[in-house]
Design a protein around this ligand. Structure first.
Ligand code: PEP
Ligand code: MN
Length: 266
């Protein structure tokens, strides 16, 4: 059974030059200098369409860096003004949505730890009512397709039609070389239920290390996913979060050059 969603095709709300969408930027905005330097290096590659940075970070355990907070919006605004790149942040509650929209953030995303909670998703959906901002919805942490669908329905139900799903893998008790198991079949099932819904792959959070990212990226493109979100940092070795999986802007450009995109069938 198909899902009853009202979704606008990706190329009607984001210019990707008919190439897979590439979203990149640091896991976390750390300092203004780190964000701006990374943004300028990324823009100079000419490969990316959207700059991402987390400013409110959901950490598994307390006591670690939980994001730079609202000041990061000012840095992102400056990065946008200087590079011309649209900007994206993660939102996890109504206050985040209000602040991000007031700052002119172009794209919002809902993180895996928020998608698991219908109350949180509904709070975000209610805060989005009356706005026309694109929203990307990561899969929930656990392999529950219904929760992912439910989050998409809640955001769509608030009148948001510029929606994409982000496939970032699923936690599993099994020992694995991935940080989050791809479980591709769940993304494929989602696509089958809603063919018009763009699916963007997040190889960074699937892999948990930069070495595997090219393979997962290629696999996602082979499955006709419409884009990639890949974390990048001017100096990944000193990143405050997700250091092992971030790549430099130069490495990102190289990685993207090696990917092959299948010609659409005639
Ligand atoms: C992130 O994108 O940095 C992030 C926290 O991802 P996820 O919600 O997929 O864990
Ligand atoms: Mn991250």
């Amino acid at each position: 059974m198909k899902l009853n969603l009202n979704i606008q095709p990706l190329n009607t709300w984001l210019n990707t030059n008919n190439e897979p969408l590439l979203i990149s930027g640091p896991c976390s905005a750390e300092t203004e200098e780190q964000l701006l330097t990374t943004a300028h290096l990324l823009a100079a590659t000419g490969k990316i369409s959207v700059l991402r940075a987390g400013i409110w970070k959901p950490r598994t355990r307390p006591g670690e860096f939980e994001g730079i907070g609202s000041i990061g919006l000012e840095w992102l605004k400056r990065a946008k003004a200087e590079t011309g790149l649209p900007i994206a942040v993660e939102v996890a509650n109504a206050k985040h949505v209000e602040e991000a929209l007031a700052a002119g953030v172009d794209i919002l995303w809902i993180g895996a730890r928020s998608t698991v909670n219908p109350f949180t998703v509904q709070e975000i959906a209610d805060a989005l009512k009356g706005h026309d901002v694109p929203v990307l919805i990561k899969n929930p942490v656990n392999p529950d397709l219904q929760l992912w669908i439910g989050a998409i329905e809640r955001i769509n139900g608030a009148g948001i039609t510029k929606i994409g799903a982000i496939h970032r893998g699923f936690s599993s008790f099994e020992k694995s070389s991935f940080r989050n198991e791809p479980m591709w079949e769940l993304a494929i099932q989602l696509k089958t239920l809603c063919p018009e819904l763009p699916i963007i792959n997040d190889p960074s959070h699937i892999c948990g290390n930069r070495e595997l990212i090219p393979y997962i990226s290629q696999k996602a493109l082979d499955l006709d996913m419409q884009g990639l979100m890949i974390e990048s940092h001017v100096d990944p070795s000193v990143a405050w979060t997700d250091a092992k999986q971030q790549v430099t802007p130069a490495a990102l450009a190289e990685l993207v050059d090696r990917l092959t995109v299948r010609e659409p069938e005639a």
